[in-house]
Design a protein around this ligand. Structure first.
Ligand code: GDP
Ligand code: MN
Length: 387
């Protein structure tokens, strides 16, 4: 569960990390009045769940009311790599002497928390890691002992932080570690962690992901998840208890069992297609459940064709076919469907589909065949027999 910058900063502040105070707003008028209240210069920042906002024109300094109005007008509604800006964060602009980088995450291969620090912040940290790895300090923490102040001072020193801010950087690292640990975060990152001309160390940005499975331990963080920035279809799926993840392509995918759905995504990609989602329908086959899944799939306007990949086990293919037929009687889908039924009672299942002669539904026997068919259909080509 990813947090917006300002939500992450609120968590930072709770743990004693220095941040600028500010206000989240959703309209130009509120942006201007927040800016006037905070005092110029301010920085107007797009709140979207994606990095690189600065380069995309989503972070602008405003010296006065006219500039605040101009930037708020331009940034609200801006499309940043597919994320539409609906919320702005207005904070008092900071003067910057240096831009550092700091993060805490779990290093699964080492089975330990990993603290990273660099004085080359403000830029793409992957580039620093690749081109000048010696400038990115990586420090593993004993999970039982936690990050001590002494260790944090060594990390700051090894990383080459200015001597007079070693203490300030160490404090920030210890606080960031505390955020990561106590909030059950999977990632806590600051880029840039700035040093001001007054030699204050401060988080100018935040990137925090919380472990959704640990949310029950943090009732105060619960509300962070239902931001309007969450994908509306994913939110609906969550409410309906369906395992659905939105992807960028145009081929809707549904299967029974997470493993099968993941392989289906791979096979479709291999056939040259782009999956529009992951959807695990789980066990069961009744029409209501299938209808619900199809409704979710088609709620994504990008979907041009759908692949149903069912492997019959305990849930038999003939039951699934009957569920599909009943569901399609109600939905009348607007895009072509490819249905692959394999496993228990597959022959019977395909026969049922054939007899029902559903318009726009194509049967396939194997996964590869199904993938090729759906890719062709999504590209607007016609394919073999319609059942
Ligand atoms: P990102 O592009 O999504 O990572 O957004 P950031 O919050 O990191 O902002 C991008 C860049 O804008 C930073 O690296 C800074 O150089 C600049 N910036 C952001 N806030 C301020 C500010 O308060 N003062 C100044 N001078 N620059 C800022
Ligand atoms: Mn940043």
């Amino acid at each position: 569960m990813d947090l917006l910058e300002y939500q992450g900063k609120q968590l930072f502040a709770r743990h004693g990390l220095r941040v600028s105070s500010g206000e989240p707003v959703t309209t130009v008028e509120d942006a201007v009045s927040a800016a006037t209240k905070i005092g110029y210069p301010v920085v107007v920042k797009a709140q979207v769940l994606i990095g690189g906002r600065g380069k995309a024109g989503g972070v602008k300094l405003a010296a006065n009311e006219d500039e605040a109005r101009l930037h708020a007008t331009n940034i609200l509604g801006l499309d940043i790599h597919g994320h539409i800006v609906r919320t702005l964060w207005i904070e008092h602009a900071s003067d910057i002497a240096s831009e550092y980088y700091a993060s805490v995450l779990l290093d699964r291969s080492a089975k330990k928390p990993l603290v990273m620090f660099s004085v080359e912040g403000g830029v793409d940290i992957e580039e620093v890691a690749e081109k000048t790895p010696e400038k990115l300090i990586r420090h593993h923490v004993d999970p039982l002992a936690g990050l001590s102040r002494e260790e944090a001072i060594k990390v700051a020193t090894d990383g080459g932080a200015d001597t007079d801010v070693i203490d300030g950087v160490a404090d920030a690292l210890v606080a960031l570690y505390e955020v990561w640990l106590q909030e059950d975060a999977t990632l806590a990152e600051i880029n840039p962690l700035i040093v001001t001309p007054e030699r204050e160390v401060k988080a100018l940005d935040s990137k925090v992901s919380l472990d959704g499975n640990a949310l029950y331990r943090h009732p105060e963080n619960q509300e962070l998840s239902d931001s309007e920035n969450e994908d509306p279809i994913e939110r609906r799926a969550k409410e309906e208890g369906v395992q659905y993840v939105k992807l960028d392509g145009d081929i809707g995918i549904l299967g029974n069992g997470a493993g099968l759905v993941m392989s289906t995504l791979d096979v479709v990609a291999q056939a040259g297609g782009k999956p529009a989602n992951f959807l695990d329908a789980g066990g069961g086959s009744n029409a209501e459940k299938i209808k619900q899944a199809v409704d979710l799939l088609l709620a994504n306007d990008a979907v041009k064709a759908v692949l149903f990949n069912i492997f019959g086990g305990i849930t038999r293919c003939d039951e699934v076919a009957n569920g599909l037929i009943a569901a399609f009687g109600e939905i009348k889908p607007s895009v072509p469907f490819v249905v692959r039924l394999d496993g228990t009672n597959d022959v019977e299942g395909r026969r049922l589909l054939q007899e029902a002669a559903l318009p726009n539904v194509h049967a396939a026997k194997t996964m590869n065949e199904a993938a090729e068919m759906v890719v062709a259909l999504a590209a607007g080509k016609s394919v073999g027999e319609t059942v």
